[in-house]
Design a protein around this ligand. Structure first.
Ligand code: ADP
Ligand code: MG
Length: 235
């Protein structure tokens, strides 16, 4: 695995302030964060062999330094379960992007392990000019976007702090198990919060981390990051 700093310097050298999605996963992997198996494919053949290696079902996603919202340009297809479908969707995604984002540079197509749908949470971080790295936690979707139900901590974050972040959101009861839904793997979320805090402290070039969504499985079954955005600046 490439040293995480190398990835960052290469992106900055190329004039980018954002890691491409596969670079973001590589970086997160170096911090032992739970990322789905992935592989960048430059051709349909490469996509097929990547899918066989990863195991079906897989997700295909466009990788481009010029596209922020991949779904908006028809650049994401989830739940692909055969070689024929990989071939079909590789071509369809390329055509979608060519017609809806004609000037976008295309790096390739990311083949990714399909993460089973489960409870979605968000962990993010940004740098406050006064306080330094701030880590945010909340439940996915409307909980964060509409209700702004989040908890925040300034780094360094202790295990106790991270556990408190899970307890203090208004929607905390959903994590504990709600109307027959099982309690979620809190330990896995705490671990993600701690590692995000650590990477923000160790890598000053990272200005923002946005892990959204993270699927959280029932207790003991862990969690997995389904989309990651990492922003950079020269320091
Ligand atoms: P964007 O936000 O750029 O449109 P995402 O990578 O977030 O693209 O993909 C869109 C949606 O597809 C995600 O919010 C998630 O619901 C689903 N998705 C993406 N990747 C995966 C995956 N590996 N496993 C399961 N679902 C996924
Ligand atoms: Mg997304």
């Amino acid at each position: 695995m490439a040293a995480p700093r190398e990835l960052i310097y290469r992106a900055l050298e190329e004039g980018r302030n954002k890691l491409l999605e596969h670079e973001a996963y590589e970086f997160l992997e170096a911090y032992e964060l739970p990322v789905p198996k992935f592989s960048l494919a430059a051709s349909e053949e490469e996509a097929v062999s990547a899918a066989e290696r990863i195991g079906y079902p897989v997700v295909l996603k466009i990788v481009s330094p010029d596209i922020v919202h991949k779904s908006d340009v028809g650049g994401v297809k989830v739940n692909i379960s055969s070689e024929e479908e990989v071939r079909k969707w590789f071509g369809t995604i390329m055509l979608n992007v060519k017609s809806r984002a004609p000037t976008a540079r295309v790096t390739g197509i990311l083949v990714q392990e399909m993460v089973p749908q489960d409870l979605e949470v968000i962990v993010g971080s940004t740098r406050d000019p006064l306080f330094g790295p701030v880590v945010m936690f909340g439940l996915g979707g409307i909980f964060v976007e509409v209700l702004r139900d989040v908890s925040l901590r300034i780094t360094p974050i202790t295990e106790y702090d991270a556990e408190e972040m899970l307890r203090e959101i208004k929607s905390a009861s959903i994590l504990r198990g709600y109307r027959g839904a099982p309690p979620r793997d809190r330990r896995a979320i705490v671990d993600i919060i701690l590692k995000v805090g650590k990477l923000m402290e160790e890598v000053p070039e990272v200005t923002d981390v946005d892990l959204n969504p993270i699927m959280v499985f029932p207790e003991g079954k862990g969690a997995k990051i389904a989309d990651a955005r990492i922003l950079l600046k020269r320091v």
